[in-house]
Design a protein around this ligand. Structure first.
Ligand code: PLP
Length: 385
């Protein structure tokens, strides 16, 4: 774990401290605290940074009813990848028409579930998958996912999915011969992508492919899905999404005005809208270091440290002389350590440790190890149920 990448905030009396304390008094610990107003702000900022791009929230980032309600109220669409994610939307009476199904590999039963749900746009990246859609060709439109490898992304999603750019023409011809409508292309430059020029290059390459294939295709492609990957501000440096997206906008502005532009953001939207509250339940001094044992860890809300390779900023409400210490999770496993060799003022049993920017790929990947209870999901502000 790269502790140098960890942002630690030490404060005596932060205004949020009382909020966190009252959440714990009311709901117990651990908790995940959700602020709908933050999601709303993120959604609107990305919308204004990417004008004319329809945003489909990637439900996988944090599949939660309260989050779905906020996106619904904002008029956003939803990127779904499983029947479970569609079930969540169904509970909120969200029409399949407002979704895109982005999993490139699907069982026939999953395709049928999605069609029953009302989804009509499906992502495909190979001929075997195209063939699965033949039986449903009158009801589906396809986005062909193209692979663009990305070393600047923390999670390179093009390793596992996407066809090579030079395979697109062949796939379009296959789809034509199967009678399947190819609406356009999609890509994902990788999650937590620090470099918007990756998006920009992928847009340029997809546009070039679409223009050249459209010149001879029976039905021209006119949709471009620029995926997700927009970064969260884990280093709390005040990421300016408008400035970040400038190279992307520049490329999008060159596209024909009648093309339908889509994006599937997850992390950027939801990461800053959720904080984790944990409480120190035990303390010991081992090998000269303080070990603090928390009531949530890498098998729970901090699972993103393992699966998503993310180091979350931490906050404690103490100042003063610091000591090297270790923050460990509640399970019996020794991998369950949130932070090693970080410097904190001496903490006591009962003190709170806050994980910031913990909305994306956190609760989504938690496990049930040791049969510990889930962190309670608490809605903090004005949109509370
Ligand atoms: C197909 C697809 N779309 C969208 C996303 C969301 O990406 P991000 O959270 O990086 O915006 C993912 C993430 O895994 C994905 O696999």
């Amino acid at each position: 774990m790269n502790t140098e990448q960890r942002t630690i905030l030490l404060s005596g009396d932060d205004p949020n401290k009382r909020d966190y304390q009252s959440v714990v008094e009311k709901h117990g610990s651990p908790c995940l605290v959700y602020r709908p107003s933050v999601l709303e702000k993120q959604f609107k900022s990305l919308q204004s940074a990417l004008p004319n791009v329809d945003l489909y929230y990637a439900v996988k980032a944090h599949p939660n009813s309260n989050i779905v309600k906020t996106i619904d109220a904002l008029g956003g669409g939803f990127d779904v990848a499983s029947a479970g994610e569609m079930d969540l939307l169904l509970k909120h009476r969200i029409s399949g028409r407002r979704t895109i199904h982005t999993h490139p590999i699907k069982k026939d039963s999953e395709i049928r579930d999605a069609l029953r749900f009302g989804a009509t746009t499906f992502v495909v990246d190979n001929v075997y998958e195209l063939k699965k859609l033949t039986a449903y060709r009158s009801r589906v439109g396809v986005l062909l996912r193209v692979s663009f490898r990305s070393e600047s992304a923390v999670v390179d999603l093009s390793r596992k999915f996407g066809c090579e750019p030079n395979e697109v023409q062949q796939l379009v011809s296959e789809a034509e011969s199967l009678g399947i409508h190819v609406k356009g292309l999609s890509f994902h430059v990788g999650s937590q992508c620090a470099n918007a020029h990756k998006h920009a290059q992928a847009i340029r390459d997809c546009a070039a492919l679409m223009h050249s294939i459209n010149a001879t295709a029976k039905t021209p492609m006119s949709s471009l899905d620029i995926g997700g990957g927009f970064p969260a501000d884990y280093l709390l440096q005040g990421l300016d999404i408008d400035a970040f997206c400038a190279p992307i906008r520049q490329e999008l502005n060159k596209l024909p005005a009648d093309w339908h532009l889509l994006a599937e953001p997850g992390r950027y939207l939801i990461a800053p809208a959720v904080d984790s509250i944990t409480t120190i339940t035990g303390k010991s001094k081992r090998g000269g270091l303080f070990w603090y044992y928390l009531d949530d860890g890498v098998y729970g809300s901090y699972s993103g440290q393992i699966y998503d390779h993310t180091i979350y900023p931490l906050q404690v409400f103490k100042t003063g002389l610091t000591h090297a210490c270790i923050l460990a999770g509640p399970t019996c496993d020794s991998i369950d350590v949130i932070a090693e060799n970080i410097q904190l003022p001496e903490l006591e049993i009962g003190d709170l440790v806050i994980g910031l920017q913990m909305g994306a790929y956190t609760a989504a990947t938690k496990t049930r190890f040791n049969s510990l209870p889930d962190a309670k999901f608490v809605v903090l502000d004005e949109h509370a149920e």
